[in-house]
Design a protein around this ligand. Structure first.
Ligand code: GAL
Length: 962
């Protein structure tokens, strides 16, 4: 956001009822065209190049920051930041991309972050470079062009055409750079991004790299600012008064006057209200803020069951032409946090049935395709979740889009507490970005700030943040989540979020602060390994019966819900957590690699507590039995059988024999102790004496086949759409074997690719996302010799003493240059890399002259043209401990000096790349389950995923890509 608002022209347009539908139709036809004009927002996720740099060794960081005057002179970006740098040897990647999930597990890594080899101990894995070529047409001259990053983890530095553009420390904040002034119109432009994930921001897996979308936005100089609209609908009886703020930026060279048109379209696309104000103006290099309002009669309210979305189209017109047009989706709904009666949506009381979630998923880390955001929210909704706390940072924008579309309430949380300018800037961007989402019900300004929870500074900072939020969004309240109530931060925001009932005297707090609404922002933190019913600490596996994780500090899920249900004033409960996430391996350290707090595992398979929540959070009849019934070796031993149901009573049977009918306690569960005997346990659930639901667990046979099932068979051939495929191992009768751990190989064919595999085992060290690893070995020791022909032995001798040759990096005045000869030889060296049997080596060289000859260790080699350069494939056997590369080229005009690649040291003249190929896509099922995520490659046609395993019959799932 620009900070020029002080002198901005503020125009208040108050549209009266007559300006609205009906009366307004005379002057402004309601059939106004909707096509966007003037603005383009182009997704630029495809075709980036990626390579690991280094956190402190400049040589391994492609000599970034080593050129004299590198940061002292504008446009002196060096290494990959230079426009001249050749990245043809780098890996191609599409965004979103998380390089951390591609790394191996390592005991020296941080267990809180998932024990992947990144961070302080792994400088070679902690910096990632991204580069992309952008072609900007000449016809764009005169427009404003900006890069918009939704999130880069973290500490990103962006360069365009060798010019420094900016640094964003936060891995969770969206940021925008107007790069118009640096662009080659009608030519290529190089964007380089260096991300440094050495340091943490949170205490959970955070990923690494450009893991959210990147956009190129083109507008007229006069345009609506980024996140420049704020829609503030207010329900008043039968109508909604829709307040609208818009920020108009003028990047032109003169003051601009324009007409502002605002149109509201109903969920069915009908234009239902509009207003137009002419003769507004904004000075040059200014932002103008304009406020107006419209009335929408009989609004269709946004709710969980009917998440209806309206669209505000904001257009700027000059000389009757639309110069910018911008759509804002919004919902009309009311949200109230009441200190005595809890939460209300549209005037109706609603208990928040929430889960906390971090943003990683099995297989893909934090680089979630949009379709996976949808899938995850649906998975949560399927057991009755109606609210999502984005703990502990602003979520990806597409998650909020989906929450709007699906009907899911969101606590939108800021990452770092504070009021320093940088933190304020991040908070402001978060609120401007997210304040039009009807799903967002509250802003959380902090979570468990141990240095602030108890003191006056905590209360002060929370208050200050609250006030900042209120200035940016007076329509919502603020919250702070705390482990210590009564003092400090807990007093600063509107609403208190209690983390863990057992840590607070919530009733005392309520008596002491009767005006403060409250919710359980975290409850549970129970430990449960999916499909495990007896602890096995050596495998970091804990039984999945619901119980207190840390007695005295937290409650079981069921106890937590009872407490919330018993208090009308408590707005609801957010379970810690919905999904398991990498890192925070409590109560284990290494070799555990993920948390076990979730109601579902990292792939989304339900644990039994998800069924408990389903039984208390949904009405559709259901019954669920735990554990499974494969207890070979425990014959006759007592097994605890628990049953969850939302019916009134349940009867349990073992092999057809009734074990009794029991009435369900309110919000509770049922228990039987059953001596194990192979066969079948059945539960029949009754309402009003009628059987309404049934579940059974059966002793299975041995594993015999693989079952694949996808969430959909038809995918969009758009290069982004995904399908989530369940992988199960079953017996001959097709029953999933709940103890199976078979290893399965996956192969995709046709226009899909596999983008991740997982199985929810919190101690599996199998790769989720195997990837090629590129190692670069730079060439050095360049020396040059003037020779009188292309066949000079100085070029093709295997070894040559170059001590008398010239160092091309040492500048010589023209008069001191050696006498011109027809050719020059350039020789450099490289050390032989350590190579594993499957590794592949290749030299990347440059075209230094028209008829160049190139020799490796004295052998002439021919190069193939690859995108952006020339490549020489090398056999490992060709390589020695010390190797030489020699070019012979016709002496260029101006001498050798003109050939010197100043931008990137010597990297452009040659770099040796060694690829260690990715491990194959393969995964063990964990207790019968694994998951594969496949994605469209962009082409249409038929695709298939095949799963094979030794001794099991294979399985194929097919997709149509259209
Ligand atoms: C809370 C914290 C969460 C998570 C949880 C684990 O104190 O807010 O982020 O760490 O504990 O039990």
């Amino acid at each position: 956001m620009r900070s020029r608002r002080g002198s901005a022209l503020i125009a208040i347009i108050l549209a009266c009822g007559a300006c609205v539908t009906g009366a307004a139709t005379e002057s402004l036809p309601l059939t106004a065209a909707r096509a966007d004009v003037g603005r383009e927002r182009i997704n630029i996720d495809k075709d980036w190049r990626f390579a690991y740099g280094h956190a402190y060794d400049a040589q391994k960081d492609f000599r970034y920051g080593t050129r004299p005057f590198f940061f002292a002179k504008a446009g002196y970006g060096d290494g990959p930041a230079s426009a001249d740098f050749s990245d043809s040897a780098w890996r191609k990647v599409d965004l979103p991309h998380d390089w951390a999930v591609e790394l191996p597990f390592d005991a020296r890594a941080d267990a809180n972050h998932g024990s992947l080899a990144i961070g302080r101990n792994f400088p070679e894995n902690s910096v990632g470079w991204y580069r992309k070529v952008l072609h900007i047409p000449a016809a764009d001259r005169g427009r404003r062009i900006a890069l918009e990053f939704d999130g880069v983890y973290r500490n990103s530095v962006v360069w365009v055409n060798g010019h420094y553009i900016g640094t964003e420390p936060s891995g969770y904040s969206g940021f925008r750079y107007d790069i118009t002034d640096y662009l080659n119109f009608g030519g290529a432009n190089i964007i380089a991004v260096r991300a440094d994930a050495t340091m943490e921001e949170g205490w959970f897996y955070e990923g690494a790299g450009i893991y959210r979308h990147v956009w190129l936005t083109k507008t007229a100089p006069l345009h609506i600012a980024q996140w420049g609209t704020f829609v503030k609908p207010k329900v008043e009886g039968e109508l909604a008064r829709v307040g609208m703020d818009v920020v108009v930026a003028n990047d032109g060279k003169s003051a601009q006057s324009f007409t502002l048109r605002q149109q509201v379209f109903a969920p069915d696309g009908r234009l239902v209200a509009q207003t137009e104000q002419a003769s507004l103006s904004v000075g040059t290099a200014r932002d103008g803020e304009f406020s107006s309002s419209l009335t929408v009669p009989n609004p269709r309210l946004w709710s969980l069951d009917d998440p209806s979305l309206y669209t505000l189209k904001t257009s700027l017109l000059q000389e009757n032409k639309v110069v910018d047009s911008y759509d804002t989706r919004f919902g009309i709904r009311t949200v109230v946090f009441d200190q005595n009666q809890g939460f209300f949506l549209n005037g109706k009381p609603l208990k928040l049935q929430g889960t906390n979630n971090h943003q990683d998923h099995a297989g893909v880390g934090v680089a979630l395709p949009d379709g996976l955001q949808t899938w995850r929210l649906k998975q949560l909704k399927s057991f009755g979740v109606n609210a999502y706390r984005a703990s502990h940072h602003p979520p990806t924008p597409e998650l909020l889009d989906e929450a709007d579309r699906l009907g899911m309430l969101v606590i939108d949380e800021h990452r770092m507490m504070g009021t320093a300018p940088e933190i304020r800037g991040q908070l402001e961007r978060q609120i401007r970005r997210d304040r039009n989402h009807p799903s967002v019900i509250i802003w959380s300004v902090g979570n468990e700030e141990w240095a602030l929870e108890w003191n006056a500074l905590g209360a002060h900072l929370a208050r200050e943040m609250h006030e900042q939020v209120e200035r940016l969004d007076p329509t919502r309240r603020t919250m702070v989540a705390t482990s210590g109530s009564g003092k400090g931060v807990s007093l600063g925001a509107d609403v208190i979020g209690f983390n863990y009932g057992a840590q607070h005297d919530v009733d005392q707090f309520h008596r002491d602060h009767p005006a403060k609404p409250a919710l359980m922002s975290e409850e549970g933190s129970t430990f449960a390994t999916r499909g495990v019913y007896f602890d096995e600490p050596t495998r970091s596996h804990l039984n999945a019966y619901d119980r207190q994780g840390r007695p005295g500090n937290s409650l079981s899920i069921e106890e937590g819900w009872h407490r919330v249900q018993a208090r009308d004033w408590m707005a609801g409960m957010f379970v810690w957590t919905g999904f398991d996430y990498r890192g925070e391996t409590t109560p284990f350290g290494w070799p555990a690699i993920s948390s076990q707090f979730g109601m579902v595992d990292t792939t989304g398979v339900f644990k039994d507590t998800a069924y408990y929540l389903k039984s208390v959070w949904t009405r559709e009849p259901m019954v669920h039995i735990l554990p499974h019934w494969n207890w070979d070796g425990r014959e006759g031993q007592p097994i605890k059988v628990h049953v969850y149901s939302n019916a009134e009573a349940v009867e349990l049977f073992l092999n057809g024999r009734s074990l009794g009918l029991k009435a369900l306690p309110k919000d509770g569960h049922l228990e039987w102790t059953v001596p194990y005997k192979a066969g079948k346990v059945t539960a029949t659930a009754y309402r009003s004496g009628k059987s309404v639901a049934r579940d059974e667990v059966t002793t299975t046979g041995t594993v015999s086949r693989i079952l694949l099932s996808a969430d959909k068979a038809a995918l969009k051939a758009d290069g982004t759409d995904i399908a989530v495929v369940w992988v199960n191992v079953a017996d001959a009768a097709g029953r999933i074997v709940p103890t199976a751990g078979d290893q399965i190989d996956f192969e995709a064919s046709g226009p899909i690719r596999i983008i991740g595999v997982g199985n929810g085992d919190p101690s599996s060290h199998e790769p989720d996302h195997p990837a090629d690893r590129h190692a670069f070995h730079p060439l050095s020791g360049w020396r040059t010799l003037a020779v009188d022909g292309p066949d000079h032995p100085a070029a093709h001798a295997e070894t040559v003493d170059t001590s008398g040759w010239r160092d091309p990096g040492v500048w010589l005045a023209p008069e001191n240059q050696p006498a011109a000869t027809s050719h020059v030889v350039l020789r450099g060296q490289f050390a032989g890399p350590a190579m594993a049997p499957n590794d592949r080596a290749a030299l990347f060289i440059d075209q230094l002259g028209a008829d160049q000859a190139v020799y490796v260790n004295g052998r002439a080699v021919s190069a193939t043209q690859v995108e952006g350069g020339l490549m020489v494939a090398l056999e490992a056997a060709q390589l020695k401990q010390e190797n030489s590369l020699a070019y012979v080229v016709a002496t260029p005009e101006g001498g050798v000096q003109g050939m010197l690649d100043r931008s990137a040291g010597t990297s452009k003249w040659g770099v040796l790349r060694v690829i260690s190929p990715a491990a194959p896509w393969r995964r063990r099922v964990f207790n019968g389950w694994a998951q594969v995520i496949v994605q469209s490659t962009g082409e249409a046609g038929e695709a298939a995923l095949v799963a094979r395993s030794n001794g099991l019959s294979a399985s194929t799932v097919r997709f149509q890509l259209r």
